[in-house]
Design a protein around this ligand. Structure first.
Ligand SMILES: [Zn+2]
Length: 98
């Protein structure tokens, strides 16, 4: 019985190490940053803001970013700024930081 538990533990360790290695490898490539962000479901938002055309979903806005919420999002920025959407002049909302 103990041997079985040991086998499972070893398998778990090997599997875990493999996963960890894969995650560490990703940021080494320059294209990986975009891929990682896309994999997490978030879009890249510059500090000064960015217009999204076609609009994105609110779930794609990274935590802490300010965005224009009209069901879909056509503007997001990381800086608070004047909290006004330059596209439609609506007040921006901040995505709660996790
Ligand atoms: Zn807007």
């Amino acid at each position: 019985m103990r041997a079985v538990i040991a086998c499972i533990a070893v398998a778990f360790l090997v599997f875990g190490a493999g996963c960890d290695k894969g995650e560490h490898k990703a940021p080494e490539s320059s294209a990986a940053t975009t891929t990682a962000a896309a994999a997490a479901g978030f879009v890249a938002v510059p500090p000064e803001g960015k217009k999204f055309d076609p609009p994105i979903k609110p779930e794609q806005v990274p935590p802490g970013a300010w965005y224009c919420d009209m069901g879909t999002v056509h503007w997001a920025q990381m800086n608070e700024g004047n909290k006004t959407c330059p596209v439609c002049k609506m007040e921006l909302k901040q995505k709660p930081a996790k």
